[in-house]
Design a protein around this ligand. Structure first.
Ligand code: ADP
Ligand code: ADP
Length: 238
């Protein structure tokens, strides 16, 4: 069954109707790419899933989003707790102003994971390895993250930090939008490596990127999800 089911989602920012009747499913282990021009609602659709829109004034959200069969906008859901079920990767790498180690350990501490001695060290190592960053940082784990890493490395650190939450779903809002082509390929490869063990939604401007990394593509236009399907079907039909 799908891990997330979105039905007839409508979002307004005050009078701006940002999403109109958006419906889609997200399946375990798949990479779903959101593509479409700037301002068409991709980021809004992404942020509705982890309740990042809640803090915006004048926001109105209608429709239904179910995760594991439960309505995520039900009154008994606490938005900050709900948000911690997701890994979040933004366009600009934004490591916390703390050490590389503490960036990755943060999510595990919140969830009470790795409480026995030594467990946190191996969890941090495992997340950094899965983010393809371990070899570059293993000797500077306690250095300040921002000052010691390139922009591309910082983006991989943010992915390692997201994995520290042991998330069910990874949400990535143009994760390659502000890094160079070499760093982009490494992040794309990471997404391919994580596929299968994590459900991932990636927002991208690039059809080529969607084609390289996604199982399915959802195409947005003027606030509507106009087409969704397997990558091959979206790009290779006549
Ligand atoms: P995309 O991610 O495809 O660029 P967005 O979801 O960011 O699109 O934006 C969809 C529409 O909602 C746009 O018209 C945008 O200007 C508007 N919008 C997005 N965020 C806000 C906000 N915080 N307040 C008001 N309008 C917003
Ligand atoms: P990004 O690609 O990082 O979302 P944007 O420039 O689209 O960059 O948006 C930056 C922030 O401003 C986002 O949090 C978005 O929700 C908000 N935003 C986007 N459009 C508007 C708008 N028309 N009015 C107010 N806030 C907006």
């Amino acid at each position: 069954p799908p891990i997330i089911e979105v039905r007839n989602l409508n979002v307004w920012y005050d009078t701006t109707h940002a999403l109109t009747d958006v419906s889609f499913d997200l399946y375990p282990g798949e990479v779903l790419a959101f593509i479409g021009p700037s301002g068409c609602g991709k980021s809004t659709a992404l942020r509705s899933l982890n309740r990042m829109l809640d803090d915006i004034r004048e926001i109105r959200i209608e429709g239904s989003i179910r995760m594991g069969g439960r309505d995520i906008y039900a009154p008994d859901i606490d938005p900050p707790v709900h948000r911690q079920r997701f890994g979040w990767v933004a366009q600009s790498p934004n490591p916390f102003p703390s050490s590389i180690y503490e960036n990755v350990a943060y999510g595990a501490r919140i969830h009470g994971l790795a409480s026995r001695p030594g467990e946190m060290d191996s969890l941090v190592e495992s997340c950094l390895r899965r983010a393809d960053l371990w070899d570059e940082v293993k000797d500077i784990l306690h250095a300040e993250a921002g000052g010691h890493l390139s922009v591309g490395q910082q983006q991989r650190l943010v992915i390692a930090r997201a994995l520290g939450f042991d998330p069910e779903v990874l949400l990535m809002d143009e994760p390659t939008g502000s890094i160079d082509p070499i760093a982009t390929r490494r992040v794309e490869q990471l997404i391919l490596d994580l596929r299968g063990t994590h459900a991932i939604i990636v927002v991208t401007h690039s059809m080529m990127e969607a084609r390289r990394i996604a199982d399915r593509v959802a195409m947005f236009y003027l606030g509507r999800l106009v087409e969704i399907g397997p990558v091959a079907q979206m790009f290779d039909h006549p």
